[in-house]
Write a protein that binds this ligand. Structure first.
Ligand code: GDP
Length: 342
């Protein structure tokens, strides 16, 4: 068990009870290839753990290197969207140390990786390096398939899937609609009777986007919250075709304990996770803590770094400007194609 020093005193009790992500604590931090492989394929865990503790692959042996990640070129803002008050300061590029990148398996960075040479391989507004499996990312068609109340009732055709999950109001429906370029597809999940279900949307007849119920709805009775936990945790632990969870975090407000709890649970249970920071177009507001979305995102990452040995993949997004949309699809394509091949 690792107890960490934290700046948020009300998190101390919560965090001190956490274990490190089990898979990561057994691996050297420089074994990025092995860690990424596990993030991609949790069912291969025993095989991955049997790898010799001697690092086979260490692309980031030069610790001083940093990489500058560009944010999207000036976003197109629709005059019909009053919330689209873009903060020009969010357009500063992000600078990351190389060891904070997510490097997919079978991806080699140049041995002498410098910010210039590695630039083109990192997805804009993210820490994700593009690997050889990033292809076939566009959504051509999307259809709602079914709502399930139990994991056992989910589609059984073996297609790979990605689950979207986050607090109520985080922007999950907006993101789902944006990914499939349909205005109201996600409304299906909001119909009475479907909100507490696992909703499957088939994409290009090849893979699924899965909409899970939002958590942390203040008005929900205690009992239904417990049921929700049981139900979604069962899905995460048992669904063999789940390639990765996409955990949505609202970057326009400071980190919430419930989101940190969620990330920690996924880490402890070795569920592969990508963080999607939503609402990154929003200006900082005093009433929301007075911090910019990328500052909130950075704080969130540093808080969850307690649960993970290597930084999980993350992407900054906005459904108002479409920031991150293509990047999410490319990332999903490389996770999916790798998963299919192995
Ligand atoms: P859900 O409850 O997680 O499905 O959230 P919704 O998609 O219904 O969005 C909740 C609210 O956040 C709505 O008012 C959306 O218009 C707003 N919203 C969602 N995504 C964004 C975004 O990227 N930027 C901004 N500014 N607002 C957003």
């Amino acid at each position: 068990m690792k107890i960490s020093l934290l700046t948020f005193s009300h998190f101390i009790h919560f965090l001190s009870s956490l274990h490190r992500c089990r898979c990561c604590s057994l691996l050297p931090s420089s074994l990025l290839l092995g860690h990424s492989a596990m993030l991609l394929q949790p069912r291969l865990l025993p095989r991955v753990l049997s790898i010799s503790s001697k690092p086979r692959f260490s692309p980031f042996s030069t610790h001083a290197s940093q990489i500058t990640i560009p944010l999207p070129s000036p976003p197109i803002v629709s005059p019909l969207t009053p919330e689209s008050d873009l903060d020009p300061s969010t357009q500063n590029p992000i600078t990351l140390p190389l060891q904070k990148l997510f490097v997919p398996p079978e991806t080699q960075l140049p041995g002498d990786a410098t910010s210039a040479s590695a630039h083109t391989r990192v997805l804009t507004g993210s820490n994700i390096v593009l690997g050889p499996y990033a292809y076939d990312s566009q959504v051509v068609n999307a259809e709602f398939v079914k709502s399930s109340v139990r994991t056992a009732d989910c589609p059984s055709d073996g297609l790979p899937e990605f689950a979207l999950v986050g607090r109520s109001n985080v922007g999950k429906s907006s993101l789902l609609n944006s990914l499939v370029r349909r205005k109201k597809l996600a409304l299906t999940s909001k119909k009475p009777g479907k909100t507490q279900c696992i909703n499957h949307f088939r994409i290009n007849d090849k893979w699924y986007l899965v909409d899970l119920p939002g958590y942390g709805y203040a008005a929900a009775p205690h009992e239904s919250r417990l049921n929700w936990e049981e139900f979604t945790k069962d899905y995460f632990l048992k669904r063999e075709t789940l390639v990765s969870v996409f955990l949505l975090i609202d970057a326009s407000i400071p980190a919430k304990k419930i989101d940190l709890d969620y990330a920690s649970w996924l880490g402890q249970n070795q569920i592969p996770m990508t963080i999607i920071f939503t609402k990154c177009d929003k200006r900082k507001k005093k009433k929301n803590g007075g911090r910019r979305p990328e500052e909130n995102a950075e704080t969130f990452q540093s808080l969850i770094s307690e649960f993970f040995e290597s930084t999980p993949p993350w992407i900054m997004t906005s459904t108002v400007t479409n920031m991150g949309r293509d990047e999410i699809l490319l990332h999903m394509s490389q996770l999916r194609n790798y998963w299919l091949k192995h």
